[in-house]
Design a protein around this ligand. Structure first.
Ligand SMILES: Nc1ncnc2c1ncn2[C@@H]1O[C@H](COP(=O)(O)OP(=O)(O)OP(=O)(O)O)[C@@H](O)[C@H]1O
Length: 493
């Protein structure tokens, strides 16, 4: 539909674009990205025929752009520019109607029924029909933006060029506009070329992206390839993190505010953050930590800054443990929405904790372990298990920055280390007589300061994995010994 070949050009003596080449397919939603001044608007102006170029070619439907007359071009390309929000006193309907200019024929440019129908349609699609008689200059910035979009659509173009179309629009209209454009590309074969400053919207809606840097093409590919952390950081000179959209398979990026680093500079979680009372073990971090856990409260991935492992009676039975746990936390001065909370029938004094130092990072391991409830997971399908309070609760606090991959690997590595303890201590599933692999309600927490050394992996031979293997093995073994001794002593008494 649109081919740009080795395009060079700019303004008088100012060279802006150099050697820009890309193609846009029919029915594509194509995004142009780049920092301020990188040449996005200049490129759009050249494609729309407003600005001449020095060298290279722009082919529109296979024909040189320069061969199109103004009116011919207006039938193929419509433009919604950044500055079209300048107000003037036509009514909304009149403003939108101007979009029909290129389609009118005859000496008097007569207004046809078809013109009217299209104007009404585009006004209703863009949500401006209800104020069609109002003067455009009395509208809000967002409303006016939609009026000019309606005007561009009234042109019934094959290609729509947009310069930051979501500028001025609130969240709902941003979504509605982009949903609408996407729909038109799919259903009507409209080709959309749009400048975006919002990388996340571009990642969410565009089929392909062009990333400009100083007037040259840095990347030209799918959103997942273009929105790479390293690429974006290099081009925008800003630290970001890339992460997947929670629902849609689209890349998203987030900024990291300077204050985040300032506040976290000296943060380190050590045994000094830990308090052990008869009722619970708690750890209060100075700031929220990135967590992955299977706690009664605060489960899944999140950010939490208090951590509570509460002792409950071994006969604890409650239909809604989450709610009951929340009540308990509140009664003890903890905010449930900020707390990862777990339960254990083990006595809190039998907790084992130790800080392990690695090269540039450290790991605090905290374990409570009772194995009266031990289960061999490979045979658990033969039993009807009764849920009793979690018995091996493993907490891992990492002073370092973990990738999502490392969070998952930490859980795997810690679990392997725990299973090895069960094996080495010959702890049996009482129902099957086979070696147990854990208990029926074990819980785990991985919490990281997300500051300091980047720990990409935590598999068994990665530096963090090695510490987790050692730490979880040692602490779990010791914790089991302690709780066993207590049980044996209780029987003896
Ligand atoms: N009319 C003009 N005359 C001379 N130079 C111009 C003109 N318009 C833009 N420029 C220069 O061309 C370069 C590219 O500008 P352009 O507007 O294309 O960038 P952009 O990527 O769209 O930036 P932004 O994100 O800020 O909108 C800038 O250095 C700018 O100063």
């Amino acid at each position: 539909m649109l081919e740009i070949e080795q395009l060079y050009g700019g303004y008088n003596d100012t060279a802006v674009l150099a050697n820009v080449s890309f193609q846009v397919r029919k029915g594509e939603l194509f995004g142009i990205l780049g920092p301020n001044g990188s040449g996005k608007t200049t490129l759009l102006k050249m494609i729309s025929g407003i600005l001449p170029y020095n060298r290279g070619n722009i082919l529109l439907k296979g024909q040189h752009l320069k061969k199109y007359s103004t009116k011919q071009l207006a039938k193929v390309i419509a433009v919604l520019s950044q500055h079209s929000s300048e107000a003037f006193s036509y009514s909304v309907r009149e403003t939108v109607s101007l979009g029909r200019y290129a389609h009118q024929s005859g000496f008097f440019n007569e207004w046809s029924k078809e013109d009217e129908a299209i104007v009404q349609d585009v006004m209703s699609w863009t949500g401006v029909a209800s104020f069609q008689d109002q003067p455009t200059h009395l509208l809000s910035g967002g409303e006016r933006q939609r009026v000019f979009l309606a005007q561009a659509l009234a042109q019934e173009p094959e290609i729509l060029l947009l310069d930051e179309p979501t500028n001025h629009l609130d969240l709902t209209y941003q979504k509605e506009l982009l949903d609408l454009l996407k729909k038109w590309t799919r259903e009507k074969g409209l080709t959309v070329v749009s400048i975006f400053h919002d990388l996340n919207l571009a990642g969410l809606y565009c089929d392909r992206l062009l990333l400009l840097e100083n007037g040259e093409v840095n990347r030209y590919d799918t959103p997942n390839e273009v929105l790479k952390q390293e690429t974006i950081e290099n081009v925008y000179h800003t630290e970001i993190r890339k992460h997947p959209h929670p629902i849609v398979p689209a890349p998203q990026v987030v900024l990291l505010p300077e204050s985040y680093y300032q506040n976290r500079k000296d943060m380190k979680i050590t045994t000094e953050n830990l308090t052990v009372s008869q009722e619970f073990i708690s750890l209060i971090a100075p700031m929220s930590l990135r967590t992955m856990s299977s706690g009664v409260t605060g489960s899944g991935m999140g950010w939490y800054h208090t951590f509570v492992n509460r002792h409950v009676d071994k006969d604890y039975n409650c239909s809604n443990p989450r709610e009951e746990m929340s009540e308990f936390l509140k009664a003890n001065g903890f905010e449930p929405s900020e707390t990862v909370g777990m339960m254990t029938a083990v006595y809190t004094e039998d907790v084992v904790y130790r800080l392990y130092e690695g090269a540039g990072f450290s790991l605090l391991v905290i374990v409570t372990a009772g194995v009266g409830n031990a289960v061999d997971v490979s045979k658990s399908h033969e039993q009807c298990g009764i849920l009793t309070p979690g018995t091996i609760n493993t907490w891992l606090f990492v002073n370092g920055e973990l990738t999502e991959e490392a969070f998952i690997q930490s859980v795997v590595t810690a679990t392997e280390a725990k299973v090895k303890v069960m094996h080495d201590m010959d702890i049996k599933d009482v129902n099957t007589g086979t070696i147990a692999t854990g208990t029926s309600t074990d819980s785990i927490l991985i919490a990281a300061t997300q500051k300091g050394k980047l720990l990409e992996y935590a598999g068994s031979i990665a530096p963090l994995g090695k510490l987790i293997g050692k730490g979880v093995y040692e602490c779990t073994k010791e914790a089991i010994v302690k709780s066993k001794e207590r049980r044996e002593k209780a029987y003896a008494d």
